[in-house]
Ligand binder design. Structure first.
Ligand code: SF4
Ligand code: SF4
Length: 414
């Protein structure tokens, strides 16, 4: 029995695309892409993360032996799920095959990330999730609550205001997260003690601590870890437990710390749309053009892993308040009001790490990212910081043309 029907049962029954049985579209695996990027890695400790991607969908249910909850975006507090004994999996997908499948359910001219998230539900793995959590980020995500209603076992919608002014909104976020926590306790029939919530925060804070070390090391010594390895590592935190991720990332940190930077490389900040495996098209283009991504401001790496939970008061409500300040207040997601936060983060990174330029990546058909680009361009121009805007989708057609533009940009940097 679902917590709530997001689409009336008789209407949902008319949606046949998810109930095709043996005729359901086959979604090919990504082993070829994994092996392609693994070969480009000169690091030993990245193997674990590539393997984790190969096995993720088949091993999580068996390995975790606990309920599994899928969620989208960066505003769902994983700590509350962990405290309730639930394994969280971020489901943001960028698989072009899934995007194609998604077109069975939603029109073609919708953001490919939204279509891929929808098409991913042709996988048994997503359907067996005990819970799907959808936060109110972009309009496409919000509508997924209804579209996926016939196929998801249960859906919870987190409705937070699209304004990251914490002085105005922290009470609303706290209320929404408290409601969410109460829902989890009742759904999974658990009563987590304060200690368990604190432990969950310790786990994600440890992950943040390790992530920051790797982030700093890459930003200071260009070339010690390529962008494919970095995003595979960051994206694997979507489904690995924080403890396992931190353990393996610390081995990787040890390995890259012993490496010397590649001399003469220009350092680039990549900002904009999420970079999610297997859609590494933008990284392929940048790599082919000799561009070294040293830092990023995207929600699938920095925006997900950089901010810790800072608890002032160790009561349940104090921890929930701290979680709202971790997840919503610093959000760089363009769905929120707070473009100044994105700009501040970009300027701060450029200055702190002595970066040479900014590349802003926009997934075609995503208006929020595209609209934010104009303000960022204008501020960077005013400060003489080189800026390149790249708009593309998951197809390969424009690859040559984009590569030429990146090469010209790199040449201009000297
Ligand atoms: S940019 Fe915002 S809406 Fe898009 S995936 Fe990231 S958190 Fe979600
Ligand atoms: S890329 Fe844009 S439209 Fe697509 S899911 Fe993210 S915020 Fe939404």
């Amino acid at each position: 029995m679902k917590n709530k029907e997001y689409l009336r049962e008789d209407y949902a029954k008319t949606l046949k695309f998810f109930s095709k049985g043996k005729d359901s579209p086959e979604i090919p695996g990504n082993s070829e892409a994994i092996e392609k990027y693994r070969k480009l890695s000169g690091l030993k400790e990245t193997d674990f993360f590539y393997d984790a991607f190969l096995k993720a969908k088949s091993t999580i249910p068996e390995k975790e032996k606990k309920p599994v909850a899928g969620y989208f975006c960066n505003t769902v507090p994983e700590e509350l799920l962990l405290a309730c004994g639930v394994h969280p999996v971020r489901l943001c997908s960028a698989d072009s095959h899934c995007a194609e499948c998604g077109e069975e359910a939603i029109p073609g001219d919708i953001c490919p990330m939204v279509k891929a998230a929808c098409g991913d539900f042709f996988h048994d793995f997503n359907r067996m999730m005990d819970l799907l959590i959808i936060p109110a980020t972009c309009d496409g995500r919000v509508k997924l609550a209804e579209i996926l209603s016939p196929v998801a076992k249960d859906i919870y919608f987190i409705d937070i205001p699209r304004n990251t002014d914490y002085l105005e909104n922290v009470n609303i976020w706290e209320k929404e997260y408290t409601k969410f926590f109460d829902y989890l306790k009742s759904k999974f029939k658990v009563k987590p003690a304060r200690r368990e919530i604190l432990d969950a925060c310790v786990q994600t804070n440890e992950r943040t601590r390790m992530y920051r070390k790797i982030y700093e090391a890459r930003a200071k010594k260009p070339g010690i870890m390529n962008a494919f390895d970095y995003f595979i590592m960051a994206n694997s935190s979507f489904f690995l437990s924080p403890a396992e991720w931190t353990e393996k990332a610390s081995l990787l940190y040890r390995e890259i710390s012993g490496r010397e930077q590649e001399p003469g490389r220009k350092k680039i900040l990549l900002a904009g749309s999420p970079v999610v495996f297997p859609n590494f098209k933008i990284l392929d283009i940048l790599g082919d053009a000799g561009c070294c991504v040293s830092a990023d401001v995207v929600c699938s790496a920095y925006g997900r892993l950089y901010d810790p939970v800072e608890i002032d008061e160790e009561t349940e409500s104090g921890i929930i308040r701290a979680l709202s300040l971790k997840y919503v207040a610093p959000s760089i997601c363009p769905c929120f009001v707070g473009i100044d936060k994105l700009i501040n983060t970009v300027l701060d990174s450029v200055e702190r790490y002595g970066l040479d330029g900014v590349i802003y990546y926009n997934i075609r058909l995503c208006q929020v990212f595209e609209m934010a680009s104009g303000v960022l361009r204008s501020v960077l121009k005013d400060r003489d910081i080189p800026f390149l805007f790249l708009k593309t989708d998951f197809s390969k057609e424009d690859t040559g043309q984009l590569k030429t533009r990146v090469e010209a940009f790199m040449e201009m940097l000297g």
